[in-house]
Ligand binder design. Structure first.
Ligand code: NIG
Ligand code: FE
Length: 412
């Protein structure tokens, strides 16, 4: 019996990336070593990695001429969807008014809430695209986007839909997080617990039902929500099968990171004021420490996150832009890698792990993204650089050659 010719002719792989230098980021000693070889992709996944070309056919072969390949970068914490801008508040802060005071006077997050409520879903998508393009140019293939500037059921849903719709305009993967507990909305100024009722009893159930978010986040802070309110939101998130993240210990030490860890949170983010007890709690729950040097820099903070303690207790560290109009107007992830080194004392290797393998863990996708390994999604960035440390070094020059998402190439 003869095999159908179609089978005989069909190549084993869809794409062969020939002559690459790659950094696998797998968690072993070779993770940061540059290796030379060939990457083969089938059905959007990495199907073979070989030092020499394989005999099997690929439908397409591209000579990559020794470009450096890393996993596609993952920005695991952004507030990319919003309307308006807060340049005026930047100016106020430089005239001596603190961020907290501006927030308490109805500015800050609430001024962005006002502008965002007035915008349609389509407008939100349109004005977010240039910001998204900034991230893509810095090699990003996956972006987490939070709601949190709507603070009503409909406006939060509008933001999440706008975020998700970006996937139909660009070759990118979006992961959404419900941050309805970002600030107390003006309608509830004197009844924050009633707003938490709304978040737990209406917003979380609806968002879960419509599958509009992967995770739920809370701004646990004196100008946000206290520990008891945060815990109520976490409980509701768990009841509805959603993962947990926290904006914790950014401006003071309330114990929000330990609470996030107690609920097996994916990540506790900011954490400048985190103490050793909190670090230990995160270590035991496998909660990622997401560091946001852009916000630290832009707020001109002086208290740095406890990097030595995080290293000592082997808490995985991620780096993200925190892209938002108030505290981190930066749409560039490699710039955050640079700031992670210069402001927090991270090594270039730590920052690269922070935007690949550890960022994948912060999104709960560490078994399929963030590493160049067999069976992983072929989400890759191809760079015109010699060594991966250069990603944390030179800024403002385009080094990205191409990005691949599940094997699909784009040149932005
Ligand atoms: O991550 N900390 C709270 N949320 C944002 C700030 C949002 C804003 O000021 O608009 C942050 O820094
Ligand atoms: Fe944030």
């Amino acid at each position: 019996m003869t095999l159908p010719t179609q089978d005989l002719a069909s190549p084993l792989y869809d794409l062969h990336l020939a002559n690459v230098r790659y950094v696998s980021l797998v968690p072993n000693a070779e993770g940061y070593q540059v290796q030379h070889g060939h990457i083969y992709i089938k059905h959007g996944k990495i199907a073979a990695i070989s030092a020499t070309p394989l005999a099997d056919d690929a439908a397409q072969s591209r000579d990559c001429q020794n470009k450096l390949v890393t996993p596609g970068l993952i920005d695991c914490h952004t507030h990319l969807i919003y309307a308006g801008n807060r340049a005026n508040e930047f100016e106020m802060r430089l005239n001596g008014i603190p961020y907290q005071t501006i927030a308490q006077q109805g500015g800050g997050i609430l001024s962005t809430v006002k502008a965002t409520r007035q915008a349609s879903q389509e407008q939100l998508t349109e004005i977010a695209l240039p910001r998204l393009d900034g991230l893509l140019t810095s090699g990003v293939t996956s972006v987490e986007i939070k709601s949190g500037y709507g603070l009503t059921l409909n406006d939060e849903i509008k933001m999440l839909r706008a975020a998700k719709s970006l996937e139909s305009y660009r070759n990118v993967r979006i992961s959404t997080t419900l941050l309805a507990a970002h600030a107390v909305p003006p309608e509830f100024t004197y009844a924050p617990d009633q707003y938490i009722d709304l978040v737990c009893n209406e917003i979380i159930p609806s968002v879960a039902e419509e599958k509009l978010a992967n995770s739920v986040d809370v701004f646990c802070e004196s100008i946000g929500f206290n520990l008891a309110q945060t815990e109520r939101v976490f409980q509701a998130a768990h009841q509805h099968g959603l993962a947990i993240k926290g904006h914790t210990e950014q401006l003071s030490n309330l114990g929000g990171s330990a609470l996030t860890a107690r609920y097996n949170g994916l990540s506790a983010d900011h954490i400048e004021y985190l103490d050793e007890q909190g670090v230990k709690a995160m270590a035991s729950s496998g909660t990622v420490a997401t560091l946001l040097p852009g916000a630290f820099y832009f707020l001109r903070e002086t208290q740095t996150p406890p990097i030595e303690l995080l290293r000592k207790h082997q808490v995985p560290m991620a780096i993200a832009t925190d892209l938002n109009p108030g505290t981190s107007p930066f749409a560039d992830l490699t710039m955050m890698m640079n700031m992670g080194c210069t402001l927090f004392g991270l090594t270039p290797e730590e920052t690269l792990r922070g935007v690949t393998a550890n960022a994948a863990q912060a999104l709960g996708v560490s078994d399929s993204r963030g590493q160049i390994a067999l069976g992983y999604d072929a989400d890759l960035a191809l760079w015109d650089i010699e060594h991966p440390a250069e990603l944390s070094y030179l800024q403002g020059v385009k080094r990205l050659y191409a990005r691949l998402i599940q094997g699909e190439i784009s040149y932005v």
